[in-house]
Write a protein that binds this ligand. Structure first.
Ligand code: PGA
Length: 249
């Protein structure tokens, strides 16, 4: 049995004060919730407030990105040692918005994945097709290529904590959700690629999250699908009541 992971991706929302208010309201709503793992990924400036607020609870704090070098002249970047030093445990890698707007490639995803794993962080590697690719029947090719390149020269032993998030780009922030069946089909492709790269036992234990317009109204149906091991939630994670409802699906 793979324990589900419900992750919040806050993107470029919330000041530190707003993050503090979120946790004040959210934590009592999920107090004692043991069934799933919960991770919240705020922007870098709100990470410390989030970590202080979530101390002593089961809610973990993640980052939305990282740089793969250990330190250096990389203006504006953050590396793993900085994240680990403040208590971050998880990190999103290769989100489609980073790919689309900030030049993230399969190769930089691979570098970031290796760096996160070496630092003991749990990487949440995002993959997913755009609408034109789906319509052209290329979904499988795209998912296989993104995974294959992300996993390049990563060993099964090192990758044991890795989580993959399937996020069809056409479903992100659009209100359009993949049906549970569509998501399950994509997850099977990703799991097959993981089996090719790391072996079947590894693939069987690897968690694959679904992301793209997950809301309290559709969370139950999605999470009931046995191929779906959790959710990566953007918009609906900004409100404590709505994110708590998703966690409890
Ligand atoms: P959304 O975003 O839930 O707002 O669609 C998901 C994501 O980008 O991770």
């Amino acid at each position: 049995m793979r324990k589900k992971l419900i992750a919040a991706n806050w993107k470029m929302y919330k000041t530190p004060g707003q993050a503090r208010d979120f946790f004040r309201d959210f934590l009592p709503m999920v107090d004692g919730h043991d069934r799933d793992e919960i991770v919240v990924c705020p922007n870098y400036l709100a990470i410390d407030v989030a970590i202080q607020a979530a101390k002593g609870t089961k809610v973990a704090i993640g980052a939305q990105d990282l740089h793969w070098e250990n330190e250096g002249a990389f203006t504006g970047e953050i590396c793993t040692s900085m994240l680990v030093a403040v208590g971050v445990t998880d990190v999103i890698i290769g989100h489609s918005e980073r790919r689309q707007y900030f030049g993230e490639t399969d190769d930089t995803v691979n570098l970031k994945l290796k760096s996160a794993l070496s630092a003991g962080l749990t990487p949440i590697v995002c993959v997913g097709e755009v609408l034109e690719e789906r319509e052209a029947g290329l979904t499988e090719d795209v998912l296989r290529r993104q995974c294959l390149r992300a996993f390049n020269k990563v060993s099964a032993k090192k990758a044991s904590k890795m989580v993959v998030a399937y996020e069809p780009v056409w479903a992100i922030g659009t209100g359009k959700t993949a049906t549970p069946e569509m998501a399950a089909e994509a997850h099977e492709i990703i799991r097959a690629e993981a089996a090719d790269s790391f072996g079947q036992p590894f693939a069987d234990q690897m968690r694959i999250l679904y992301g793209g317009s997950v809301k309290p109204e559709n969370a139950h149906a999605l999470m009931s699908e046995k191929e779906i091991d959790g959710a990566l939630v953007g918009g609906a994670s900004l409100d404590p009541t709505s994110f708590a409802a998703i966690v409890k699906y």
